[in-house]
Design a protein around this ligand. Structure first.
Ligand code: GAP
Length: 443
């Protein structure tokens, strides 16, 4: 695809997201707040479906995983010990003329302002954590930060979970929650935001068996890829990148980034890092609390190592939206539709009466709607405009199936027309068999 075409796909996706209630600019009626986005009803549903699948795959379907939900605000000592207070920064330069600020690694000419061509000042490190104060008095001791990663909430709860559940290695903690970074240059819609959501796992392993550690690391990578298949993402757009030492985070001995072909280029979707004992050791040293593990069999005590699969929810949502956005022609008319895998579609089924002004059709359609809503939850009733328009609206939000109740339903066959989003094909299905028929297809 040409650069222009890629840019226009992005513009169309952003416009569709706003028009159809997936994603809105944050604080829009006040002119917005850079790097913040609000999810509308369909965006929330899509995000929730992704989070539910993730939680099921990585927590409830496994025996070795423990969920936590730690506070976003944490003692500032957490961030001193983790290295974020001193090291979580990006290189920044300021234009001497227009005073705009840029991330040095994102501008082609390090000497000239990309906006006004003015001279750029000295590079300095800019810490990306949002600083705040806890309590009524503002001083050095009241300083706290909005967490820049959910990971630390799990490291500081390692001992709690170990004491409560006494798990044996290997085992992991998992958490889904908000993270905040004061990005110098938020860009590409929700790709680089200042407030976003992460789904992270800290998986603790026995470092004495290095072969097993490598096997587990590789297995986690495969599980991450399998999750993308679960979501229906095009595999041809996914790339595995072994991150060179010079580009790895300060805590990582080995990292694999999974990159995706977004319309604005091949970019990081999520990551996998071998954090070794970096965090548990740092928190043991800093807090004085013993975060080691005692092996009952060998009678040895050691600090476990950690493998961290981390996922950005917003980047997954964006990757999916740009991947499923499809334009084609149906019935000689151009149409836009979102080709979601049914399991993640915000609305699973839409139910229509053929005509709005025929009470008997509306009553029957509502009966079918109530029955399906009870079964599938995300079901919509729509009697606005003609059937063609209703199909187009549902196509644009990616509803896999539309059901129409017509006169034959009442007078002849107690059956409805089920229309498939992708092919437009219609079939007649008896109301008594409708739930079973849809259940098989909504996966
Ligand atoms: N705990 C490790 C960690 O936070 P990271 O690579 O900095 O690692 C993990 O972040 C994931 O969070 C990224 O792969 C990405 O999906 C998401 N992410 C990071 N910064 C983001 C931002 N500014 N906006 C949206 N998502 C972001």
């Amino acid at each position: 695809m040409s650069e222009k075409a890629e840019a226009s796909v992005m513009e169309k996706v952003v416009a569709l997201c706003k028009r159809r209630g997936f994603v809105y600019p944050g604080s829009e009626i006040y002119g917005g707040l850079s790097g913040t986005w609000d999810y509308g009803p369909h965006g929330v549903a899509l995000k929730q479906n992704i989070k539910n699948l993730w939680w099921k795959k990585f927590v409830t379907d496994r025996e070795d995983m423990f969920g936590v939900d730690a506070a976003i605000l944490m003692n500032q000592k957490v961030w001193q010990a983790s290295g974020h207070a001193t090291g979580f920064s990006d290189p920044l330069v300021e234009c001497k003329k227009c005073k705009r600020r840029f991330r040095t690694d994102q501008i082609p000419d390090k000497t000239k302002c990309p906006e006004c061509e003015g001279v750029l000042g000295e590079e300095r490190q800019f810490n990306m954590m949002f600083k705040t104060h806890v309590g009524a008095t503002e001083g050095e001791t009241s300083v706290s930060y909005l967490r820049p990663e959910t990971a630390q909430g799990m490291f500081v709860n390692f001992k709690n979970v170990r004491d409560s559940f006494n798990p044996r290695l290997p085992f992991g903690l998992a958490q889904i929650g908000k993270a905040f970074r004061n990005e110098i240059a938020p860009r590409d819609f929700t790709f680089r935001a200042r407030e976003f959501e992460q789904m992270e796992i800290e998986y603790f392993v026995d470092p004495r068996d290095t072969k097993k550690v490598t096997e587990l690391f590789d297995a986690w990578f495969e599980s991450q890829l399998a999750f993308l298949t679960d979501l229906g993402l095009s595999t041809a757009k996914i790339h595995k990148i072994e991150v060179p030492a010079s580009d790895r985070a300060h805590y990582s001995k080995r990292s694999i980034d999974t990159e995706f072909d977004f319309p604005f280029g091949q970019k990081e979707l999520f990551g996998l890092a071998y954090r070794t004992d970096y965090d548990l050791k740092a928190h043991t040293d800093s807090s004085g609390v013993d975060l080691s593990y005692y092996d009952e069999e060998t009678k040895e005590r050691f600090i476990p190592h950690c493998i961290e699969p981390t996922f950005g929810v917003d980047r997954l949502v964006l990757a999916i939206l740009t991947d499923v956005y499809t334009e084609d022609t149906m019935g000689d008319e151009p149409r836009v539709y979102l080709k979601f895998k049914p399991s993640i579609a915000p609305i699973k089924v839409a139910v229509f009466p053929l005509l709005k002004n025929k009470p008997e059709l509306v009553a029957k359609a509502r009966e079918v709607f109530t029955m399906l809503k009870k079964e599938f939850g995300s079901v919509m009733f729509d009697d606005n405009g003609n059937i063609g328009k209703r199909y187009r609206r549902q196509d644009e939000i990616g509803t896999p199936f539309c059901i129409t109740v017509d006169f034959d339903t009442i007078e002849k066959d107690q059956a409805v027309t089920v229309r498939d989003r992708d092919s437009g094909k219609q079939e007649r299905v008896s109301i008594t068999e409708l739930i079973a028929s849809l259940r098989g297809k909504l996966v």
